[in-house]
Design a protein around this ligand. Structure first.
Ligand code: SR1
Ligand code: MG
Length: 429
């Protein structure tokens, strides 16, 4: 068993009893909750893979408290994980708040020793993945998430930052290695080899898992993506931007949980959103009461995905035109109408490269949710294993093609069309 993580003096995993006493010592929190600690209710509600999460309510209001454990909650103490992830989450949340305003929860208090963040209680928001499983449409989401991605990625890139500011940001996030390692192993490596923690719908998908481990083209393609993840410090990423990291209502969107934040390739975040929309699209067959019942929801999922990708590109390009404050593409090299025209062509070429990365990273994220350790409830909640396996096989088949034949997917419309065709033509696993 790997060595336990040494925790600082004063670190203690919280329980409702200890948390009430702790919070009562923080004036800002006391004011939000109102009353006295005996009047507060505290429940541990964490259902994620890594941390403790408490909802605390008082007579006046509520807060959410997230605390890192010195191990991976999903697996237990046999998988130690540093508490420093709370530090990186706090830093990323602060940066995202500065860049996007109210698209992230407000921070009320941060405690480095306890690895604990007290945040705004988001109510009546729910985790987006749960809403999408239930078939809820979110009319604001495309607008909000495209702004979130465009602003956080653009303003932390060399297009907006000076070289020294960019390097300072790289240094600030360089220590989040343990969380990056989870991604490097679980997304880019384990699904393509025999790994103890891999799991899939068995025996239905045994053949897929075996073929994935033997597929040389796929292994080269995913290794290229892994190299990019390891080496391309393009911008500050959220690092785990799936629909479980978003809480929302039909009117308000908040991105939560940036503990995987680091300086990496932009397509990794954009691809995460694409992957989770495509997974949900394929999973709808497992949730509809009778065949066709979710047809209009499926249409919403793909239309929204198209809108997100199109708006992201438009917004990112516009930010670049209006805020070219970085050291990349020096203005002195692109003077006059001819220089500007040349630069505009180059901006589009840049977005095309980012798009190609997005398709590849999306594919990697789709495959890991079917063959790796951590699955999505979109698929997991389909009780009938044959039905689930049919949805999962479509996810795998489209993802493999997106990764190996990425040139076939030059636009978001080509991706959504392929998803529709896959669902129509591939009847079973
Ligand atoms: C062991 S952690 C597994 C996954 O949970 C997080 O949400 C990330 O997606 C990570 O890969
Ligand atoms: Mg998370």
């Amino acid at each position: 068993m790997p060595a336990k993580i040494a925790t600082p003096d004063g670190y203690l995993p919280q329980k409702p009893e200890t948390l009430a006493a702790y919070l009562s010592g923080i004036e800002a929190v006391r004011r939000i909750l109102g009353g006295t600690p005996e009047k507060w209710t505290i429940a541990e509600v964490g259902d994620g893979n890594l941390n403790l999460v408490f909802i605390v309510k008082g007579p006046e209001g509520g807060v959410a408290v997230k605390q890192a454990l010195p191990y991976v909650r999903l697996v237990g103490e046999s998988w130690p994980l540093p508490l420093s992830r709370a530090h990186f989450e706090h830093m990323a949340l602060s940066e995202q708040a500065r860049l996007t305003g109210n698209l992230v929860p407000k921070i009320h208090h941060y405690d480095e020793i306890l690895a604990l963040i007290v945040m705004e209680l988001l109510e009546p928001h729910i985790i987006m993945r749960r809403g999408m499983i239930a078939g809820v449409e979110y009319p604001r989401f495309a607008e909000d998430i495209s702004s979130f991605m465009a602003r956080t990625l653009y303003f932390t890139s060399d297009l907006a930052l000076t070289a020294s500011a960019k390097k300072a940001l790289i240094a600030a996030f360089a220590g989040n290695t343990a969380l990056c390692k989870i991604t490097e192993d679980l997304i880019f490596t384990d699904p393509y080899r025999v790994a103890e923690l891999n799991r899939w719908t068995s025996p239905q998908l045994d053949g897929y898992a075996a073929r994935w481990r033997e597929d040389g083209d796929l292994k080269v393609a995913v290794s290229r993506l892994k190299l990019k993840f390891l080496s391309s410090a393009e911008a500050m990423l959220h690092g785990d931007l799936h629909t479980g990291s978003i809480m929302l209502t039909t009117e308000d969107t908040r991105v939560i949980d940036p503990e995987f934040a680091f300086m990496g390739p932009m397509g990794f975040d954009v691809g995460a959103i694409m992957a989770n929309f495509l997974i949900n699209f394929f999973a709808q067959d497992g949730h509809e009461a009778q065949p066709g019942a979710r047809e209009s929801y499926r249409a919403w999922v793909l239309a929204t995905l198209e809108q997100i990708m199109t708006s992201f590109r438009t917004k990112f390009l516009q930010l670049w035109r209006e805020n070219a404050t970085g050291d990349a593409y020096p203005a002195s090299l692109f003077q006059g109408a001819e220089g500007e025209a040349r630069l505009e062509v180059e901006r589009h070429a840049y977005m095309d490269r980012l798009w190609a990365d997005t398709v590849g990273f999306a594919a990697a994220k789709m495959i890991r949710r079917v063959l790796g350790l951590a699955h999505n409830i979109d698929l997991e909640w389909i009780a009938d294993p044959d039905r689930r396996a049919s949805c999962e096989a479509r996810v795998l088949t489209l993802a493999r093609d997106m990764m190996v034949n990425s040139g076939r997917y030059p636009t978001i419309a080509s991706v959504t069309e392929a998803a529709r065709a896959m669902r129509r033509d591939m009847k079973s696993y």
